[in-house]
Design a protein. Structure first.
Length: 407
């Protein structure tokens, strides 16, 4: 199946390479060499193939070397590939060792996060094809419990503004337009779409932000707001939004009405248990792992209750047989909907793709199922490359079906 017609009509589509372990540049490049050619051969043998690249802080620093950039450019040219989006969310180790809430560190209250994101932008400017917008997804500020004072919010905001000014500087020097995309996530400072819109409106696009940004970039206030809006965007992770019991159409409408661009859509699906009670909570135990944080949002008696990790949610479940719905931030392959005792939030993905097929939500689509290594064995019945191809095919088939319906 060739993606050329597909990408021409609905934007760029790829998967996030954070599914592959690798923290140094050598490890990342080896993963690209191992996985990209066979995946591209099945999906896009003739047309260019987009890559969603994950780079740790170590790998990004490695790529600051001209020889490393040359290696990457050579790989992209040899295999007819290009990079249009970078996952700049996990700063450090992302596989094997316990990550949990440390995945957000350093957060946007720390200058190290700004420096890392600037380094990613510098690398990106050297590899992004001409006349193509690039996106960098990032932490939604910080883990919610880490934001204790108003000064924390002010510091985050100032670093976001500095990042936007840095991106403007890159565009002036190189002509490359790169956007930062803040990714709301359960139990983070930006958790819901409503919270995100409020923060963008009052802080990132507000009068104080425009004044600060205008001084950094030497533009007028009117131009400052336009530049902020074009460089500070939102990454809509479909798993995260579904876990938060968002309405797909409502949240997209709200972002459009607020003038907040969706810099990237991450196509992902989480666990859904519509009828959970104490008698069947043991079914979730195989999904407990030491590596990642799996936030839980419970809908019970008309109220949403949130838990920072799956074990805490299970411990808090009372002994009654009263049922409630749980949605769990555990990315499962999007081609799976019926997982035996579970279902998934794939319905949310389907709704988003239906809308995207009619009017694109974003130029950048990225499949993100990074939890493959910790997925229970019963759901890993094929190789990782085959699973990635299967996810691609599911997305492409869904979009084409929706386009036929719309026509």
């Amino acid at each position: 199946m060739d993606l050329s017609l597909h990408t021409a009509s609905v934007g760029h589509l790829s998967y996030c390479s954070n599914i592959h372990p690798g923290e140094s540049w050598d490890e990342v490049l080896n993963s690209l060499r191992l996985h990209i050619p066979p995946i591209k051969a099945q999906l896009s043998p003739k047309a260019p193939f987009g890559i969603g690249l994950r780079l740790s802080a170590v790998a990004a620093q490695d790529l600051a070397r001209p020889s490393a950039i040359a290696e990457l450019l050579e790989f992209l040219a040899d295999h007819h590939c290009y990079v249009y989006t970078i996952n700049g969310f996990p700063y450090g180790t992302f596989h094997g060792d316990a990550v949990k809430e440390n995945v957000y560190l350093p957060d946007w209250t720390d200058a190290a996060r700004l420096n890392y994101s600037n380094t990613l932008a510098d690398v990106f400017a050297q590899i992004l094809p001409p006349h193509m917008t690039g996106s960098i997804s990032t932490v939604p500020g910080a883990f919610k419990s880490s934001v204790q004072r108003e000064s924390d919010v002010e510091q985050m905001t100032d670093y976001f503004i500095q990042q936007a000014a840095y991106l403007v500087g890159i565009e002036r020097r190189t002509g490359k337009h790169i956007v930062l995309a803040l990714e709301p996530e359960p139990c983070c400072y930006l958790e819901t779409i409503e919270e995100s819109i409020e923060y963008f409106d009052q802080h990132l696009y507000g009068a104080s932000a425009c004044e600060r940004f205008a001084k950094l970039t030497h533009v007028t206030l009117d131009v400052a707001e336009d530049l902020l809006r074009s460089h500070l965007t939102l990454c809509l992770d479909l798993c995260h939004a579904a876990v938060e019991f968002e309405s797909c159409n409502n949240c997209i409408d709200a972002l459009e009405n607020a003038g907040i661009a969706i810099g990237k859509v991450q196509i992902s699906s989480g666990l859904r248990l519509p009828n959970l009670s104490a008698k069947n909570k043991h079914l979730l135990e195989p999904f407990i792992d030491k590596v990642y944080l799996h936030q839980v949002v419970e809908q019970h008696n008309g109220t949403l209750n949130r838990f920072e990790d799956l074990p805490a949610a299970l411990d808090a479940l009372d002994d009654s047989e009263q049922e409630r719905e749980w949605r769990v931030h555990f990315h499962v392959p999007i081609f799976l909907d019926n997982l035996g005792d579970f279902s998934s939030t794939r319905f949310f993905v389907e709704q988003a793709l239906q809308r995207h097929a009619i009017k694109p939500i974003s130029e950048h689509l990225e499949i993100e199922t990074y939890t493959w290594d910790v997925l229970p064995d019963v759901y890993r019945t094929q190789s990782i490359d085959d699973a990635i191809v299967r996810e691609f095919n599911w997305v492409i088939d869904s979009l084409r079906q929706q386009q036929r319906i719309a026509a």
